[in-house]
Design a protein around this ligand. Sequence first.
Ligand code: RB5
Length: 147
Amino acid sequence: MKIAIAADHGGYELKNRIADYLIELGHTVTDFGTNSADSVDYPDYAFLASKAVADNSHEFGILICGSGIGMSICANKVKGIRCALCSEPVSARLSRQHNDANMLALGARIIGVEMAKAIVDAFLNEKFEGGRHEKRVSKIECCDINS
Ligand code: RB5
């Protein structure tokens, strides 16, 4: 699969580990940075990767910051993105089955590398169940403050 990945300074080390892991698994990874511990603003990186998923050039995206919260808030502002912030695999699996999540946010100050890998595995190996969830997910897309 083609996967977009991005992080801020709080997440870049874990981002590099996860990018390597994804490549090991045979995925194609586009790394949108950042690539050092120099302080940056997470929205800049979140939006780069989110746009790459929203324009369908990448099937999934993974965002990492200190808590995962800032990254997930930004991603969910992008039309077409459904980003799940997960700190264990069950939520990651459910985010695919029920919410058709197309991006995963992780908190590098919350979880370790092995947990992050387990969450990524759960996310990428699960499918959207469709059915009753289809209508609910379509309502997310239609949400508009004027309607
Ligand atoms: C950076 O210090 C930190 O605020 C950021 O990585 C993230 O946790 C924001 O949600």
